[in-house]
Each structure stands twice: as C-alpha cells, then as structure tokens.
Write a protein that binds this ligand. Structure first.
Ligand code: SF4
Length: 514
C-alpha cells in the first residue's frame, strides 16, 4: 500500500513539471459551476450595501423586542437579518448579560454539557496564493515549506491516535498542485488505515477526518466524498468584497471571490452534506462578517435544506514575517469576540460552534460557556510537528500562525471536567448517516442529543481508560457517573442497552456506538 502511494506521488511530480502553475490555476476554476448559482443580474447572496444598511438602521433596538428575539432563539429557530442586526446593536451591558445567558441555555438545550474534541493536522504548507495576512503566502520566503509523504502522514497519526488519543481531525491543505484532490484522497485513506495498539488491548485510530482545503469542483468534491470525508470546512475569510480583493491578489486562485463563495454549494451538490463555514475576524468590521455568515447559513438552508453544521470565528493571529495582525484596523477585542460568539449562537441556534487553540487558555475558559460545542487540544500547526517536536514549542518558520494555547489534551479535558463538561470523542453521527438534513432535524428537535449523550459517555470511558493521566481520571469518573444516572432517569427506554454497551467498553471492547 505504501509503495503505491509513493508511486502516485512521483507521478504527480512529473505531471507538475509539464504543467505550469498558471495553466493549473486556469484549469481549476469552472465558471459554469459558479454562474448557475448567481442571480440573473450576476450578483450573489452577499449584498454588501444591504448588510451595511441593516446594521445602520437598527441602532438602539428596543429592549422588549430584543427579549422577543431571545425567545425565538430559544425555540431553535434561525434569526432573520433584521433580528441579528438588532442584537449586534445592543449597547446596554445588562442586556448583553441576558443575551449571553440565553446563548448558554441554547447550547445546553441542543448540545447539553458536551464538548467535542479534535486536533488540527497540517499536511501541506506549499501554497500558490498570496493572502496578505498569512504566514504561508507564496511570497513569504521565511517559511520552510513542504508536503508530507504518506509515511510522514501516518507517523503523525501514530502520535495523534496512538499517544494522545484523538479520534477526530481537521486536516489542512494549502492550495497547490502537489496537494490536489489526488493527494487529498490518498492522505484521507492513509489516515483511516492507521490503527495503533493501546495498553488496554484495544487500538487508537482516527474515526472521522474533516477537511479544510481549497475550493474544489463538483467532480473533485465527489471524489473526496467517496473516500469518506467528515465535514468539509472552508472560510470565506472576509465576505466584504472590497476587502477580499485587497487581501487576495487578483492573479491568484484565491483572488476569485465567487469560486470560494460557492464552494459549499458545489460540495453539497456533490453529496457532501456536512459543511462548516467561517470568517477570519480582523480583516473587516466584525458586525458585517457576522451578518454575512448568517446570510451564508440562510442561503444554504434555502437552497439545500441544510445549514452549516459548524461555524468558526478565528481571530487573526501573528505569523512569521507577516505584520498584518499587528497593523489591521479591524482587530477584534476580547470584549467583541464575546459578542461575536453570543450573536452567532443566538442567530443560528442549531449550529456547532468551533473555538480553537488560536485563543489562549484563559480566553478559551471564558468563551466556552457562551455556546461552544467543539474545540481542539494538544494542537500543533507546524508541518510534521506531532512526530517531530518532543515538546509543545512552536517553530514559527514551519507554521501558518502562532497558537495561543498549546496545552495537552489531558490538561484541557481535565479543566473542562472541573467545570462540569464531558469531553466527547464521538464520531458516530457521520458513520451512521446522521448528517445533512437528518442531523439538522435531529438537532432542532433535540433528538440528536440522545445519541450524542450515550456516545459521549462511551467514548469518554474509552479515552479515560486508554489515555488519561491518573489526575484526569479522578476528575472524569464522577462525570461519567453523573451522565449514567441522567441516562437512567431521563432515557429509561435506552438504559438497558446503553449499560450493556458501556460495560463492554469498560472491559476493553472498542468503538461501540449508537
Ligand atoms: Fe495559502 Fe491559505 Fe495562506 Fe492563503 S490563507 S496563503 S490560501 S495557506
């Protein structure tokens, strides 16, 4: 199997030599796959002027009206643009406190006390684009770049799945012929193939691979879907067209605003029914970006009946030889990121919300209660870093940006446990077909929570037995007992089957799920 992968990579190198980067760029964008979604006048679903107008027209919203909107959010209904614009314009600190409390309640209602954990894994850092804010931009000569071989990818997985205990990844590909869809498909398969024996007689393995990569054509998305992609995630970075043009030079692939904007449409058309959107906060006005994210969610709901499974809201971070983070006029303060998370949680109540280790430990602790459902830990964003670095030190010349929190998974799980959260390593939804329209309906009605609760306990049991320190086990055991008692009381019809499967897991059987 490994020889086959290597031969394919060598073939790719030869193909590259005969195809110039410019030709490759030209062949990537399929205008007909954009045009079919545009409005008859050539416009798209992000109306910059209308967004600015809505934000400007709802200053000083009425307190009573805000409370009505909070009730609507609590019913797990997506807010309309006027309602979101009103929330963004609230000034009264007491009202913001009410909004934060409601956001927490919604999270509890849809996702209970679960936090799903994943790890980022960079597979390539060689990029054809030149984004002004990014350490990996093509013109940045300070970066040591590369594309991992299949052997190197598998070495990374041996650490992630065999030593740390992760079950879910977001793999990141820079945009380049060397990391095209063939490479993506080969590496996804290689990741799923790795199984590492654990001390309890089971094995560590990655069970769900989400992908953060460049926009693809419908045909290429279809190919990825066949290999078993989890969520396809792509951020528009900024939805504001003039800012987008400034950040992404026109002669680059990423300079094509519409090719990126309609990537989710093509993914959904190709059958990938689990997608994650996001914006990079700090490029333009944060209120505009929140409104645009909502417009994107509405567009997907209206056209496909499926909203985004996750929304991300990374803040721009320092990067090697890149001064953008320090000089941007749209830097988002700690107070404003709280507002961003609160308003997104209220506006799209069913969606998963991802907070990453870009934020430091203290910020993560304070932001998670506002409605976060997924986070990462033990994170490294350097190429080959999990296998290469013996400690959590970061090597700025090898990574896209500098992380704020490099704590181990064990430390983060322990901290969350002390706060009453259960870490879930569940990947069952995707493997059982609970994705797309199905997962949306289950989340809105609260039914998905039942499966998630059972699977969270079983996967937490696995992880505590296979990977946790003694200190973390002490914190984790009472949480398991609390959850089991809740299942007994609130889900009596599931209890007998659940406890039978839980006991099998406690005895060493692995990968049991509902
Ligand atoms: Fe390349 Fe992505 Fe960085 Fe842009 S943001 S330069 S596309 S890695």
């Amino acid at each position: 199997m490994r020889l086959l992968y290597n031969r394919q990579i060598i073939t790719k190198e030869i193909k590259m030599a005969i195809q110039t980067a410019a030709e490759w760029r030209k062949s990537k964008i399929k205008e007909d796959q954009i045009a079919k979604y545009l409005n008859p006048d050539g416009s798209d679903f992000i109306n910059d002027a209308q967004i600015e107008q809505k934000i400007a027209s709802h200053v000083n919203p009425d307190k009573g009206r805000i409370r009505e909107i909070l009730q609507k959010s609590l019913s797990i209904a997506t807010l309309d643009p006027d309602e979101t614009a009103m929330l963004l314009n609230v000034r009264d600190p007491d009202l913001w406190s009410e909004m934060e409390s409601t956001a927490s309640l919604i999270k509890k209602k849809v996702y209970d006390k679960r936090i799903v954990h994943f790890a980022p894994l960079y597979l390539s850092t060689t990029c054809v684009n030149n984004c002004a804010y990014c350490g990996l931009r093509a013109e940045n000569e300070s970066i040591n770049r590369g594309v991992l071989t299949i052997e190197q990818v598998q070495q990374e997985i041996e650490v992630l799945a065999g030593t740390i205990g992760h079950k879910r990844l977001i793999v990141v590909y820079a945009e380049h012929p060397r990391s095209d869809v063939d490479y993506m498909a080969e590496t996804l398969q290689a990741i799923y193939d790795v199984k590492v024996p654990t001390k309890t007689g089971g094995y560590g393995a990655i069970r769900r691979v989400n992908v953060n990569g460049a926009p693809l054509s419908v045909e290429d998305f279809h190919r990825l879907n066949q290999v078993g992609i989890g969520t396809y995630q792509i951020f528009q970075e900024t939805y504001h067209k003039a800012t987008y043009a400034k950040m992404h030079p026109k002669n680059t692939l990423k300079g094509h605003y519409h090719w990126r904007l309609y990537a989710m449409h093509r993914a959904l058309e190709a059958g990938i029914d689990d997608v994650g959107i996001g914006a990079l906060f700090g490029l333009y006005d944060w209120k505009f970006e929140v409104m645009a994210l909502l417009a994107h969610a509405w567009e997907l709901e209206n056209k496909f009946g499926i909203g985004p499974h996750t929304i991300s809201f990374p803040r721009i971070e320092p990067a090697e030889n890149t001064s953008f983070a320090e000089t941007s006029s749209y830097t988002v303060s700690d107070a404003d990121i709280r507002k961003i998370i609160t308003v997104i949680r209220l506006s799209v109540p069913y969606t998963g919300m991802i907070l990453t280790a870009r934020e430091d430990a203290a910020m993560r602790k304070s932001l998670i209660p506002l409605g976060i459902t997924q986070t990462d830990a033990s994170s490294k964003v350097g190429l080959g870093a999990y296998h290469d670095y013996a400690n959590p030190d970061q090597v700025s010349e090898r990574q896209q940006f500098i992380l704020g929190d490099t704590r181990s998974l064990d430390e983060v799980v322990r901290e969350l446990g002390k706060l009453g959260y259960i870490t879930s390593f569940c990947t069952a939804g995707y493997r059982c077909g609970r994705t797309g329209q199905c997962i949306m309906d289950l989340l809105r009605t609260g039914a998905e929570g039942k499966f998630c609760k059972l699977n969270a306990v079983i996967t937490y049991r696995e992880w505590l037995d296979d990977f946790a320190s003694e200190e973390t086990k002490v914190i984790g055991e009472p949480i398991i007992q609390r959850e089991i008692e809740e299942i007994r009381q609130k889900m009596p019809s599931f209890y007998d089957t659940f406890i039978e499967q839980y006991n099998r897991t406690a005895k060493g059987e692995r990968d049991i799920y509902f």
